[in-house]
Design a protein around this ligand. Structure first.
Ligand code: 1SD
Ligand code: ZN
Length: 258
């Protein structure tokens, strides 16, 4: 049975395949990262996060397969071995059922309860569609979550808003938040993995430079469970919003020096 809404052709991820853009391609995401097979790359230096502290008032929406917040194009990343600077476009999440396994990428076979994707495009593009035509046009920063005994106060604005966007196309304005408050402190972001892959939803375009940070974001069990109250287009619970891991097909995964 499909984990996704009819945005994704009402088919399970394993049935997307060739008919759907690049979904049958050789450089697909997500992947399982086998840490002992990753290659250390000295060029993967620390990122510079410009304006990640900037507060903005976004709208959180249920887009039928995830929750997404579009962000003003003010926050910029550079460094981190990227060949250009990239500006943030939106962020969204992938999760499991009631706080169970739900990340898209896995590390040595371990699936985390949730994964945050902050989607960026090369700074000179004005829309994602144009950026996706460039083989390195999009950079997604991925962050894993881990269960914690305490509520993460920095996530309360998002968790609170979920109850008002249960239905597809539901949206709600958020109080001021920053991208920085959603991720670990910068000093913990020097350890990361890098590989070339794709969007994880159709058309699975192979234009994404992926970064997965080792340091997880803590959330309480209640906060993680709150995402399971959302509904897909057809009213089913929006759970298991991850694509299964895809073959590496000879790709190399790199890790930063730290
Ligand atoms: O699943 C998202 C999709 O919703 C959209 O945000 C797309 C970018 O246009 O990215 C994929 S993902 O590869 O970041 N999961
Ligand atoms: Zn995603």
């Amino acid at each position: 049975q499909s984990q996704f809404s009819c945005d994704h052709q009402c088919k399970a991820p394993d049935q997307w395949n060739q008919a759907n853009g690049d979904c049958g391609g050789n450089y697909q995401s997500p992947i399982n990262i086998v840490t002992k097979k990753t290659v250390k790359d000295e060029r993967l230096t620390a990122f510079q996060f410009h304006n990640y502290q900037q507060l903005f008032r976004g709208t959180i929406k249920n887009n039928g397969h995830s929750v997404q917040v579009d962000v003003p194009h003010l926050s910029i990343i550079s460094g981190g071995g990227l060949t250009s600077s990239y500006k943030a476009v939106q962020f969204h999440l992938h999760w499991g059922k009631d706080g169970g396994p739900g990340s898209e990428h896995t590390i040595d076979g371990e699936q985390y309860p949730m994964e945050l994707h902050i989607v960026h495009m090369k700074h000179h593009y004005t829309d994602l569609a144009t950026a996706l035509a460039d083989p390195e046009g999009v950079a997604v920063l991925g962050f894993f979550y881990q269960h914690s005994n305490n509520r993460n106060q920095k996530y309360e604005p998002i968790v609170t808003a979920l109850s008002s966007i249960k239905a597809t196309n539901g949206n709600s304005s958020l109080p001021s938040i920053s991208l920085a408050q959603l991720i670990p402190p910068e000093k913990n972001l020097t350890s990361f993995y890098r590989y070339k892959g794709s969007l994880t939803t159709p058309k699975c375009t192979e234009s994404v430079v992926w970064t997965l940070f080792e340091s997880p974001v803590p959330l309480s069990a209640d906060q993680l469970r709150a995402f399971s109250q959302l509904k897909f287009h057809d009213g089913r619970p929006m759970v298991g919003t991850f694509r299964p891991v895809q073959p590496l097909n000879g790709r190399q995964v790199f890790h930063s020096g730290a």
